[in-house]
Design a protein around this ligand. Structure first.
Ligand code: UDP
Ligand code: MG
Length: 332
């Protein structure tokens, strides 16, 4: 075991979008948590909370700067624009990568139980490079959210996407897992789909997810659906294969239809059948539209991938200077 595994520099990476209501409490709780862990010798004293301001329009950045100035444990990164949760998270993880031994990503609203942090770090010390936070049960969710979420995970599995059931973005990654992540250059980000592809030794930590203690969700249904679709279309080409299969099936069926029409014609029964014709026109039209839509989605993705636009731009990083102070001190 390396010394770094014994007392790692831990970064808590927290994307924030208009989170002025939760930040005071979150900062208080997380600072206490880090402080306690440092005192207990579980983590290195250079461990930090790294807030990523995802282009907030409220006082989020002002608060982060204020806390960063007052509290040595708090660091902040401001993105130049609102890029969404997944990109903000990536920005934070990539900023933390050269500074930390391991990083845990979590939401600003502390819905993810912070007591699990100790267990994450324990698993890291046992040699895991990725530790997934998995929700125990979903009894606090609405029936709608629960059934759609669980159905979605099952659908992803069915489509061949390697995904951890009931795991969102509460996870620990070691520095080398983060370096692995940095090699994935896709623009349509769905981190929980990418991380299992990186490999390395991994394990699970089970936790209860509470309710947001202040403010409203920054994930409206529209964003949720967009993320869900990204999860499917970024990791599986099965929908494309499904279309081909559907096309084959319909072609076979239409041969039978044709035979039926020919026989009817030969028997002189052609007057009836208007309904069948109209119905098939609608059916085929509909199917074609659906298939075009799916193909279009993939073309859209190719379009955004080939442009290779940056996924985020860092405007300010408050404490870049503390780059592995211990290492620098050791060398000098
Ligand atoms: N978030 C972000 N950018 C966005 C939307 C959300 O950085 O465009 C952050 C948000 O501040 C929070 C996390 O993503 O820390 C999860 O959002 P939220 O708690 O609102 O989602 P929910 O828990 O309701 O799914
Ligand atoms: Mg939340």
């Amino acid at each position: 075991m390396t010394t770094e595994r014994a007392e790692p520099i831990l970064y808590l990476v927290i994307p924030c979008y208009n989170e002025e209501e939760v930040l005071p409490e979150t900062t208080k709780r997380l600072t206490e948590k880090l402080h306690a862990m440092i005192r207990a010798g579980e983590i290195h004293r250079e461990s930090r909370i790294l807030y990523v301001d995802d282009g907030s329009r409220d006082r989020t950045w002002a608060l982060i700067s204020e806390y960063s100035a007052a509290i040595p444990y708090v660091d902040g990164v401001k993105l130049a624009h609102n890029r969404g949760h997944q990109n903000a998270l990536l920005a934070g993880l990539m900023t933390a990568m050269p500074l930390c031994d391991c990083a845990i990503s979590m939401d600003a609203d502390l819905q993810d139980d912070t007591d699990a942090v100790d267990r994450f770090v324990e698993k890291y010390k046992e040699g895991c490079d990725v530790v997934y936070g998995v929700r125990n049960k979903r009894d606090k969710d609405t029936v709608f959210k629960r059934t759609t979420a669980e159905g979605y995970y099952k659908l992803l599995r069915l489509l061949g996407v390697d995904i951890v059931f009931n795991h969102a973005d509460y996870r620990l990654m070691s520095r080398r897992a983060l370096e692995g992540l940095s090699e994935y250059r896709e623009v349509n980000l769905f981190l929980r789909g990418i991380v299992p592809l990186i490999g390395f030794k991994s394990d699970y930590v089970y936790y209860d997810r509470g309710e947001r203690f202040a403010g409203a969700s920054k994930y409206p249904l529209k964003k949720m659906i967009a993320l869900a679709l990204d999860g499917i279309t970024s990791f599986s080409v099965k929908p494309l294969r499904l279309i081909s299969n559907l096309g084959i099936l319909i072609s076979v069926l239409s041969i039978f239809g044709l035979l039926y029409a020919l026989i009817s014609h030969l028997l002189g029964l052609t007057v009836a059948g208007w309904t069948a014709i109209v119905a098939s026109i609608w059916l085929l039209g509909g199917l074609q539209m659906l298939c075009l839509g799916v193909v279009g989605t993939y073309i859209g993705k190719i379009y955004s991938e080939v442009k290779q636009r940056p996924r985020y731009l860092v405007e300010t990083h408050l404490k870049p200077a503390n780059i592995r102070k211990s290492e620098i001190q050791e060398k000098t």
